[in-house]
Design a protein around this ligand. Structure first.
Ligand code: 3H9
Length: 704
């Protein structure tokens, strides 16, 4: 008998409980356990109904994704479902927390569905590049209609229990004690002599037509740009109009196809990489770090970044105090936050009550001494070494030594800042991205002094804020900006000088899958912001001849980007549409001729290849220098913070899919053509010579 599924008899009801922490994934042991207890229930006298539930926080996160790389052992989830569907007694499922993917597919094979009012039900398979392959594309249309099923599967986001009931996915919603209510529901079925009700026998209420398909694909076009899984989803749902057995066979073939796709391999890589990057590794994992409680947070500096960070903590339910010695800055910050919440209320993202409650937790003070009871203090004052050192040393003198102090610097040395305190072990960098309350990535910057407890608390901060955490060693630009400046953006500028236009570079990279091309990103963030950051950063380390000629010249000319209506592009009043500007092309031509660069036609393919290869080469350097601990961490940084297409898996995963010897050969080609900065990184040379990959490098280096 499997240890992950328990069975108990309560009067005429056999209660089956799945218990497979942490998320009740439907692994092989659960599937076997379900078959075993069903067999046992069939032979237990007096059992007239079955109730399937789960222990823990959620019903189930779906099939066990870790099993996807190997052939699925029997019994398959489909076999378990057929067994349930064909039982002669009613089978009820009681859902609490979340029922996702295979978890919901298991539930859909039960005869009746009962859910707690706080439960959510969804089919997120598309986010992993696969189609719901355990009957999801055949049973969901039979329960809620083919068109609604298509929308739900393409969207991937779960719906509430009440929505699910309105759609016909759930029969009844429980208000309070789930188990008791579900048992009462089973008893009622028995009293009413309600028998089994296999979903596979239901007839389909509607069929998909081409107009509905086009509309559904259009509604999710942005999220699915460059993707292919959606086409397989459509094909599978179309098959739901066939007899169930035929539809299921088509679904199984399409599911196999999706599972083997590059897109799915890449998305699954990112899924696990994001979870791995948020854990202590190497020397730190050996130590048992016990992070202190985290209830109150203080932010120093009420500028845009400080206010955004403050909002992130308020949204996460913490007590927050923002400090600035300028009362006007505090007033402005409060106004910004208030207007952000007002807009969320208008868009019905939160209620007025929630906005009011959040504003009550958004407290401010001009007195630094008031932050002493904060469990964590984050400084977000101007990027000025002396100013930041002063703030940190003051904080150090008023906070007990076990409290954590973080700096939000994106350019300065965190090590140098930490040495302004008596306890550098409690100092680290928390590099938030703009807008801090909404961005997904949090770079955690550790120095050689940062203690395991401090790091461990930082991970908890990320979890609380629902952000993806990646640890970077303290170094020029950390992981993301180093690769952006020394690799990606640098190459994009070089391509402009050699003959490409901003629109050509941006479009080529957007077609590759980037959310936004580099020049459009610069115009959005502000060319002046980029120039200032680079000046600060280049003070940290001496760099070769400045290579952001164009961006810096645009800043000098007051072409700051969208905010001034002119940057790499021009913008009509009130519009964000980037329009080509002849003045910029003239400027680029002039700068190129000053440098003796002969301009030529450049293909989109060359643009993409050079930008991505330079990203990979600098990424390898970041790895070799120990700034990132794993190649997968770099992928997480780029997919969650810099718009690299998730379905391509991140730059290092992409390099592996190209094959490192091919990567090396192309880098050597550009090295010969373009000079020293294309020198291949030794790590790539070594891995290519060994026939190895970044993935293998990660495996061997983390197992040491
Ligand atoms: C599917 O069902 C296919 C079927 O249609 C067809 C089958 C034939 N499997 O995220 P967390 C692990 S596809 C294995 O940190 P949270 C995760 O790796 C599946 N492991 O917690 C982590 O492990 P560790 C469709 C899984 O509270 C731990 O659980 N389902 C799975 O922030 C905690 O995870 C999905 O796409 C899994 N399915 O978020 C849902 N799920 O501690 C994917 C999680 O060793 N999961 N783990 O690092 C999620 O979205 C989130 O994990 C969830 C919890 C919201 C559930």
């Amino acid at each position: 008998m499997s240890g992950t599924v328990a069975f108990e008899q309560v009067g005429p009801i056999g209660v089956i409980c799945i218990s497979n922490p942490p998320v009740n994934a439907i692994s092989h042991s659960v599937r076997q356990g379900l078959i075993d207890v069903i067999t046992r229930a069939e032979t237990s006298p007096g059992i007239r109904a079955l109730l399937i539930m789960s222990s823990g926080e959620i019903f189930s996160a779906g099939a066990d994704i870790a099993e996807f790389d190997h052939p699925q052992g029997e019994p398959s989830l489909q076999q378990v479902q057929s067994r349930i569907e064909s039982l002669p007694i009613p089978v009820v499922v009681a859902i609490h927390g979340l029922a996702l993917g295979g978890g919901l597919e298991l539930a859909m094979a039960c005869h009746y569905r009962f859910a707690h009012k706080n439960a959510k039900l969804g089919m997120p398979e598309i986010t992993l590049g696969i189609i719901p392959g355990a009957g999801g594309t055949q049973r969901l249309p039979r329960l809620i209609g083919a068109c609604a099923a298509l929308g739900m599967i393409l969207f991937g986001t779960p719906v509430s229990a009440l929505d699910a009931k309105a759609k016909g996915l759930v029969d009844e919603v429980a208000e309070n004690d789930m188990r008791e209510a579900a048992l009462r529901f089973c008893e009622r079925l028995l009293r009413d002599q309600a028998g089994p009700r296999p979903t596979c026998n239901r007839t389909l209420a509607d069929h998909l037509n081409e107009t509905e398909i086009a509309a559904a694909l259009q509604a999710h076009a942005r999220a699915l740009k460059g993707r292919t899984t959606q086409d397989l989803v459509v094909e599978a749902i179309k098959a739901s109009k066939l007899p169930f057995g035929q539809g299921i066979a088509i679904e199984a073939a399409l599911a196999q196809k999706s599972l083997a796709s590059r897109e799915s391999l890449a998305l699954r890589h990112v899924f696990f990489a994001e979870r791995e990057s948020g854990k202590l590794s190497g020397q730190f994992s050996a130590k048992q770090a016990q992070p202190p409680a985290l209830r109150r947070v203080a932010i120093i500096g009420a500028g845009t970044m400080g206010s955004g960070i403050a909002m992130a903590f308020v949204d996460a339910g913490l007590e927050m105090l923002i400090n600035d010695n300028d009362p006007a800055a505090l007033t402005r910050s409060r106004e910004i936050v208030q207007s952000t919440y007002a807009s969320s209320v208008r868009r019905r993202r939160i209620t007025q009550d929630i906005a009011d409650e959040r504003m009550r937790r958004f407290r401010s003070t001009v007195a630094l001494a008031e932050v002493t009871d904060a469990d964590l203090v984050i400084e977000a004052v101007f990027e000025d070494m002396e100013l930041k050192k002063d703030v940190l040393s003051k904080l150090d003198s008023i906070l007990p030594p076990e409290r954590l102090i973080a700096t939000n610097t994106s350019t300065l040395s965190v090590t140098e800042l930490s040495l302004a305190t008596a306890y550098p072990g409690r100092v680290l960098g928390l590099h938030f991205f703009v807008p801090a309350q909404a961005s997904k990535l949090l770079e955690i910057v550790r120095t050689d002094h940062t203690s395991p407890e401090t790091l461990s608390t930082a991970f908890r901060v990320a979890k609380l804020l629902k952000k993806v955490a990646v640890v970077s060693r303290d170094a020029f630009g950390f992981i993301g900006n180093r690769m952006m400046l020394d690799g990606y953006f640098r190459e994009a500028e070089q391509l402009l000088l050699e003959g490409a236009t901003p629109a050509q570079v941006d479009t080529a990279l957007e077609n590759f899958g980037f959310a936004m091309g580099p020049q459009r990103v610069s115009d959005l963030g502000g060319n002046d912001v980029g120039t200032k950051a680079r000046i600060q950063l280049f003070k940290r380390e001496s760099r070769p001849d400045p290579y952001f000629l164009i961006a810096d010249r645009l800043t000098e000319m007051g072409r700051l980007g969208q905010k001034t209506g002119r940057g790499f592009y021009r913008y009509e009043d009130g519009s964000r549409e980037a329009l080509p500007d002849a003045e910029v092309v003239d400027l680029i031509e002039k700068l190129a001729s000053e440098r003796g660069i002969l301009r030529r036609e450049i293909s989109d393919q060359e643009i993409v290849e050079r930008c991505i290869l330079s990203l990979i080469n600098v990424g390898a350097m970041v790895l070799e220098e120990g700034i990132a601990a794993r190649a997968a961490d770099i992928d997480v940084v780029w997919t969650s913070g810099y718009g690299f297409p998730r379905h391509v898996g991140g730059p290092m995963f992409y390099a592996d899919t190209l094959g490192l010897s091919n990567v090396l050969q192309r880098i050597r080609h550009y090295h010969e053509k373009l000079g020293h900065y294309w020198r291949p990184v030794r790590l790539i040379e070594r891995l290519a010579a060994e026939g190895s990959s970044f993935e293998q490098w990660d495996r061997t280096s983390t197992s040491q």
